[in-house]
Design a protein around this ligand. Sequence first.
Ligand code: ADP
Ligand code: MG
Length: 656
Amino acid sequence: IKASVMEGDKFDEEQTELHEQSKAQSALEKLQAERKTLPIYQYRDELLKAVHDHQVLVIVGETGSGKTTQIPQYLHEAGYTKHGKVGCTQPRRVAAMSVAARVSQEMGVKLGHEVGYSIRFEDCTSEKTVLKYMTDGMLLREFLGEPDLAGYSVVMVDEAHERTLSTDILFGLVKDIVRFRPDLKLLISSATLDAEKFSDYFDSAPIFKIPGRRYPVEIHYTKAPEADYLDAAIVTALQIHVTQPPGDILVFLTGQEEIETAEEIMKHRIRGLGTKIAELIICPIYANLPTELQAKIFEPTPEGARKVVLATNIAETSLTIDGIKYVIDPGFCKMKSYNPRTGMESLLVSPISKASANQRAGRSGRTGPGKCFRLYTAYNYYNDLDDNTVPEIQRTNLANVVLMLKSLGIHDLLHFDFMDPPPSEALLKSLELLFALSALNKLGELTKVGRRMAEFPLDPMLSKMIVASEKYKCSDEIISIAAMLSIGNSIFYRPKDKQVHADNARMNFHAGNVGDHIALLKVRSMKRARDIRDQLEGLLERVEIELVSNPNDLEAIKKSITSGFFPHSGRLQKNGSYRTVKHPQTVHIHPSSGLAQVLPRWVVYHELVLTTKEYMRQVTELKPEWLVEIAPHYYQLKDVEDSTSKKMPRGEGRAS
Ligand code: ADP
Ligand code: MG
């Protein structure tokens, strides 16, 4: 479209418009023709009949067969959207947005009209929306307002094999509502794995299989383990590029930072290879990649060039990129783990499961025979990798979902119909935390504080911080802080090639003296923080907390923060490390923190991240007596009294 607008000078206005229309028309026809080439197309009528005949259906089909983009459209064409919406859940934000964008193109409608998406803090739907893609977490939240999902005629829990925490909770809730809503259709769709298990759980629901086209994939292992998988991945990609026949490359990496590093090194080495080799187009894709850049991975590779997609797990099953012929699998992903004893959650780079390894390999055999290069040994594969990934519900903090289930009136959590139950220790731990935050009373019932907290789509500690800001009369400042924390680290975005610049920018943050590029980046994340803040402001109104600003009373702001985060308190040790107060553990202030050089005696932190050490990220100084004042049921004087008579010279009296 851009090109034709540029040529537009040659036409008069009317002609341009006609030209545009016919171009859009032929693009639409092309998309319609493409739809018919997907494996699922042949089963369209059979599938619709199965949906008609059964209330609950498990659908299994290879990634790329067309489940996510086509099934909701088929249901729409068959009239299911006349009396309600078709909702389709995705475990990942990017997938929900990208698929909705694709389906709106295929239907020739504007995104947000008939086809829309809803992800946390971003609702791109309207009155018109009949096909709604959303994260599983968003559908979960919809239960709070509409416990029978009355607005839906069909719910499709997609990517069920991912077994995210929200998907697992959804299973229990939708299984319950199909009993009293015979008009509601429920589809559970998954990429091949665990179909029997889903069927068993949903009272022996029939399984509809979509046979995929899968070409043979040649698997290559390394002879010896790789010491540096990132470097090995880059070397392998460049080798493929210079020695192998045409076909795009997909590399699985663990996160944004690693992807940026890989991109930078690759660009550098390609320059070193001279001008004789074919063009290599590098396309990163990860959850926080700005929307404008996400579309790039789907653009067809120009003749003579090759594309290399550097992706997180998102490309394992959530997104299908056409044209991939080579997969490079270092064998790792970032995985959440949770220690219910200490309540500590961390995100660790961990080995993937065999099931994941096979999904990854499969990405290379969609359009023709493929090759998968595993950067680990065959011995590792057969002996060290687990068969399946442990479902998230068994390795995460449950406080959030417990609060939500309590608000839905589900009290007996130990007997909730979990497909795989969480460890009871983890459930108890979250009940304890919610009690400590005053969200539950001694009987485990929701309190007024808890009801207010549940309105916020945030972790309970953050919600509590907001609810507490009423008492300290600084709700205005606190929702700004909550919004900034919610966009994560992207506010101080450090593009690999501008890290020094970015770090200086952060240092100069108060002075406001930053380069133009960084300023632009900041504006983009600032806009998102602004949007989130606006929504939090709306939610404040809903729970009847007045918006009050108190910018000069830092103590009030810090006390609000402490009201939510008091379980995350730490005390300075002689050697400059910290000791967490409740479940003693050694931690450190993250070097990026403004307090890293200050080392206050007492701090609260937002989260722990484990890299080379256990680091506290987002740290605020506090006075120990606040802990006893704010959480007397949690801290006693003896917890916060100084056992050392020798006072620390640094950080003295800095609180407030
Ligand atoms: P499944 O859910 O079975 O894995 P999908 O419905 O996601 O399959 O994908 C079907 C086809 O649609 C694939 O060929 C994929 O490349 C294409 N597709 C999906 N999303 C997009 C997008 N955002 N842009 C371009 N093509 C897309
Ligand atoms: Mg899909």
